[in-house]
Design a protein around this ligand. Structure first.
Ligand code: GRG
Length: 264
């Protein structure tokens, strides 16, 4: 489990939790459990995605994938245990009202289950060699990668509440959720661009896998330039959602920009 989590990921999801909390004027320490939880869910998904039964990959974050470094049975158990540990971290936040903790557990469960990440992965596995429309591709990515990114921002916002302070207003939460949905999609569009433009050593995972597996991507549907235009449009629309919310600092904006400019 340590090998799978503590091996140099970019930590975009936990950073989104903490940046959201900071933008609302909250205490970053109050978001650490949620930050750890989303990274554990993300790491579990990568370990299982790399298994021979799924994407069958040898390289992740520049190192042998978990099942290569250990074995398949260990990698399955690592993913299972990381998923459970993520929910344990959320449940053991004794400084928050119980209703907020319950809501956090519900948000992470929805983002991870068949209506979220696992559902998106199932669609993805069945999409190999198929022609998807742009709307179908978008739906798949909203679930597969978008749901956990959205959940990271939502958990950051929910972490704002302590036993002594009021919860964030629902309309503000919805605007942050819209921001997160847009950057979640931008993240995936960028991923497709990187898969075409980068190389395996820069990526730390196998380059060009989507094209080799005949998977539909934004760059195959829109062309490389079209995909770049799309990621810029999503970035602008995301920043528009933050305007007027009275947020502090600029780390959320910086993360949104990093997502569309990253090279791995
Ligand atoms: C196996 C249940 C299950 C789900 C897998 C998210 C996912 C669903 C699979 C990952 C496959 C993949 C490589 C998708 C592309 C987008 C993505 C999640 C890239 C990796 O995320 P980064 O770039 O990774 O944030 P690091 O290593 O920086 O944490």
């Amino acid at each position: 489990m340590r090998y799978a989590v503590l091996n140099g990921g970019k930590r975009i999801r936990p950073l989104l939790v903490l940046a959201t909390l900071e933008a609302l004027g909250g205490e970053p320490g109050h978001g650490l459990a949620s930050a750890a939880a989303v990274e554990m869910i993300h790491s579990y998904s990568l370990v299982h995605d790399d298994l021979p039964a799924m994407d069958d990959d040898d390289l992740r974050r520049g190192q042998p994938t978990c099942h290569k470094a250990y074995d398949e049975a260990t990698a399955i158990l690592v993913g299972d245990a990381l998923q459970a540990l993520a929910f344990q971290h959320l449940a053991e936040q004794y400084g928050l009202p119980a209703s907020t903790v319950l809501r956090m557990i519900q948000e992470l469960a929805r983002a991870s289950n068949d209506m979220g990440m696992v559902g998106g992965q199932a669609i993805d596995l069945h999409a190999v060699g198929q022609t998807l429309t742009l709307a179908e591709l978008e739906h798949m990515h909203h679930l597969k990668t978008g749901a956990i990114i959205e959940c990271s921002v939502v958990l950051g916002a929910l972490s704002f509440q302590t036993r002594d302070s009021a919860a964030i207003a629902e309309d503000k939460l919805e605007r942050l959720r819209s921001f997160a949905r847009l950057i979640g999609l931008a993240f995936q569009v960028r991923d497709d661009i990187i898969d075409v433009e980068s190389n395996t050593s820069e990526l730390g995972k196998t380059q060009g896998k989507d094209a080799a597996n005949h998977k539909p991507t934004y760059s195959s549907l829109l062309g490389l330039e079209g995909a770049k235009r799309k990621s810029n449009q999503l970035h602008t629309a995301a920043l528009d959602q933050l305007a007027g919310l009275g947020l502090q600092g600029s780390r959320l904006e910086q993360l949104a920009t990093f997502i569309i400019e990253r090279t791995h």
